[in-house]
Design a protein around this ligand. Structure first.
Ligand SMILES: [Zn+2]
Length: 483
């Protein structure tokens, strides 16, 4: 009796084990379906307006990006589904200019040698600490309170709100930079390689504002005009010598700094990029000696790529942006960003009890320029300079409200020194949040890698069939072009 019972238990266990193995088995996915699903999904978060959607065509063969409305012009970039693994491989190895050139030359044909060159159906995201390359971009530049005032990123609060005589003073560039330093050390202990985009108090091109003003900075004003940072009228005012420092700072120096940050990050070729900012309530009006009133709310938000406007995508000037759109449609960058950003929101909530910005909080930026992620509240697709030009997954984080009544006295403490920089120990809590978010991102990538194992690219069929297929498609397109 006892014996047969244990046998039954054993058999039962055996069946359960088989059942588990079976449920873990992942069905094979053809490459075409995989990329069609990815592109179709990504497109919903990459275009904010109809004037962007009409530059993109997705059909049974592949993806077509048009320089203007698809009804008028020929496609500028064509990628067939079977070419997408090759395109992703090119993104890893070649510059944007080289890839744009290759796409131009191939036109409606397949990539040269696409059939004979083996590439993996998808690039596997990095899932280990060892060798993980992370770019940290601490927001803003200031290293003194005066510089922070020029940057317009500082907090000053009256002591009376906190039952103290002394006013509270701190600034975002200090908090962001020391958060990055603390986080860098934590990541390096795990075996990651970490790059910071700038030195403390310096722009990403190595100078602070006053140093830059001593150089031949007017050539940068001219360059900025060529880059479309401002119109003719403003350009002339900036050149006149009468423009105030805050204007020259914001319109020229800061934009030059953004460009240098983007370049530095892309040269480093990181697996993951984190832009570190601290948030503040919208519309907090400064009063008296530029004091900020404490607020009760405390929210975070994180920006990720996407939400292109029609005006950004259309026309001759939009080529660079259209290429970034193509990259974000086909690569893993968008999903990787969304997962990372959602992890940050979750960790801020779990560890610091700071909520995501509620979605019914209809801020102007959210309505006009952003698309809410479908993965997490507080995560917004937004076409900022850095979320667009940085290649690879990126999260642009705005953690907690600096003007929140509980945060203000915490952030105003000078109870921590990091590499000689005095700051608040609150930055350690925030660094820990980012560390957890990166750890969870690696875990997600491990799971994703298992799914990618199920991808198969042998739907090329035999050689003859493949060649006929290509021929047919090309003839078809030429017909269409001829019309
Ligand atoms: Zn900021």
């Amino acid at each position: 009796m006892k014996k047969s019972l244990s046998l039954a238990v054993l058999i039962g266990l055996f069946i359960i084990t088989i059942g588990q193995v079976k449920s873990q088995k992942i069905e094979p996915i053809p490459v075409k379906k995989f990329y069609m699903d990815r592109v179709t999904k990504n497109l919903q978060f990459l275009c904010k307006e109809a004037e962007c959607f009409d530059n993109v065509l997705v059909n049974d063969r592949g993806l077509y990006i048009y320089p203007t409305s698809q009804k008028v012009n020929k496609p500028e970039f064509i990628l067939y589904w079977r070419e997408m693994p090759h395109f992703n491989e090119m993104l890893e190895k070649q510059t944007d200019e080289e890839i744009i050139d290759i796409l131009n030359r191939k036109g409606s044909h397949y990539f040269y040698g696409v059939k004979d060159t083996h590439v993996n159906p998808a690039i596997y995201p990095v899932s280990e600490w060892r060798g993980l390359k992370i770019a940290l971009d601490p927001g803003h530049i200031a290293s003194t309170f005066d510089e922070a005032k020029l940057e317009q990123r500082y907090v000053r609060a009256e002591g009376k709100y906190f039952n103290q005589k002394q006013d509270i003073e701190f600034f975002e560039a200090n908090l962001a930079y020391t958060t990055a330093l603390v986080l860098k050390e934590m990541l390096e202990k795990k075996g990651a390689k970490v790059m910071l985009t700038h030195d403390y108090g310096k722009s990403a091109f190595g100078m602070n504002y006053n140093e830059w003003k001593k150089t031949d900075y007017k050539k940068d004003i001219v360059q900025g005009y060529k880059e479309d940072w401002y119109n003719r009228e403003k350009f002339e005012y900036l050149m006149s010598g009468e423009a105030p420092d805050f204007m020259i700072f914001h319109d020229v120096f800061r934009n030059k700094d953004f460009v240098a940050r983007g370049q530095k990050i892309n040269e480093f070729e990181p697996d993951l990029t984190l832009v570190i900012h601290y948030n503040a309530s919208e519309g907090g009006q400064r009063y008296g000696d530029l004091y900020l009133p404490p607020v009760n709310e405390n929210y975070s938000m994180v920006f990720i790529p996407g939400s292109f406007l029609g005006v950004e995508i259309d026309g001759q000037d939009g080529l660079d942006q259209r290429f970034e759109l193509l990259r974000l449609l086909v690569s893993h960058d968008l999903e990787g960003s969304d997962v990372f950003a959602s992890n940050i929101i979750k960790a801020l909530n779990d560890d610091l009890k700071v909520d995501a910005l509620p979605k019914d909080n209809n801020f102007d930026f959210a309505k006009r320029y952003s698309i809410l992620s479908d993965r997490s509240e507080g995560v917004y697709h937004r076409n900022l300079y850095l979320t667009r030009v940085v290649e690879g997954p990126i999260a642009y984080s705005e953690a907690l409200y600096q003007d929140n009544k509980t945060e203000m006295p915490l952030l105003g403490k000078k109870d921590l020194t990091v590499k000689g920089i005095k700051t608040s120990s609150r930055v350690k809590d925030v660094a820990q949040v980012y560390f957890s978010a990166i750890q969870d991102w690696l875990k997600y990538n491990q799971e994703l890698s298992k799914q990618l194992d199920a991808l198969y690219s042998d739907d090329f069929g035999d050689e003859k069939e493949f060649k006929e297929d290509i021929k047919e498609q090309e003839e078809d397109l030429e017909d269409k072009d001829g019309n």
